[in-house]
Design a protein around this ligand. Structure first.
Ligand code: SF4
Length: 185
C-alpha cells in the first residue's frame, strides 16, 4: 500500500525536500519543538479548528479529515462552508501568498471533490488583518494546476539518495540545521 502524503508537507517540501525526512523522524507529537515561530503561529490559528470551536453552524465543516487516492494525499481542511461551496484556509497573517499556500488549498480541494463534496470557491484568509484572498480553482489556473501536479509527482519519487545541494540561506533559517547531516551552516 502506498503511503499517503500529509498535505502539510507540501509547503515544507518546497522549502527543502530533506526536511520531510526529519518530520517523519520526529513525528507529529513533537510539532512545537520542531516548528519555527511562524509555523507555531499557524498552528495556534488552527487550534480553534482542531477543537471545533470556530462555528456551530450546520453548514460549516471544520477540521474534517480528508484524503485523495488520486494524488495520495491526506490531511484536514480548515473550514468548508457548504452554503457557499467555499473552502477557506486561515493563516495568522498573510504577508505574501506563497505557492505552498495555494497548493495546500488545491490539495484540500481535490480531496473534498473526490470525497463527493462540491467546491466552487477557494479563499485564503489572513486573521490578523482580516483580509480575504480569493484563489482561482485549479481548472481556472492551468499554470498552478500543472505546478501542483508536478510537485506531487516529485514528492512521490523523491529519494534522500538523490544528488542534493543545500541552500545556505535556507539552512540558516531551518529548524533542523543542528541535526541535518548536509546542512550548509
Ligand atoms: S538544514 Fe538545510 S539541507 Fe537540512 S533540512 Fe534544513 S534546509 Fe534542508
Amino acid at each position: 500500500m502506498e503511503t499517503y502524503i500529509p498535505i502539510s508537507y507540501l509547503n515544507d517540501f518546497i522549502f527543502c525536500p530533506r526536511s520531510i525526512y526529519f518530520h517523519q523522524c520526529f513525528g507529529r507529537s513533537s510539532k512545537r519543538l520542531y516548528h519555527s515561530t511562524d509555523q507555531i503561529d499557524g498552528l495556534t490559528a488552527h487550534k480553534t479548528i482542531d477543537k471545533n470551536t470556530y462555528s456551530t453552524s450546520k453548514e460549516t465543516l471544520q477540521g474534517l479529515e480528508i484524503y485523495s487516492e488520486k494524488y495520495n494525499l491526506c490531511g484536514k481542511i480548515d473550514i468548508y462552508d457548504s452554503s457557499k461551496y467555499l473552502l477557506i484556509e486561515r493563516k495568522k497573517k498573510i504577508k505574501v501568498i506563497y505557492d505552498g499556500y495555494i497548493f495546500q488549498l488545491f490539495a484540500q480541494y481535490f480531496c473534498l471533490i473526490e470525497m463527493g463534496y462540491k467546491v466552487e470557491h477557494l479563499k485564503l484568509y489572513s486573521m490578523d488583518d482580516n483580509k480575504s484572498h480569493p484563489i482561482p480553482l485549479p481548472k481556472d489556473d492551468e499554470q498552478f494546476f500543472n505546478k501542483f501536479e508536478a510537485l506531487i509527482e516529485t514528492m512521490k519519487s523523491f529519494s534522500l539518495k538523490e544528488p542534493f545541494v543545500p541552500n545556505k540561506n535556507k539552512c540558516t533559517h531551518c529548524i533542523y540545521h543542528t541535526i541535518c547531516d548536509v546542512s550548509a551552516c
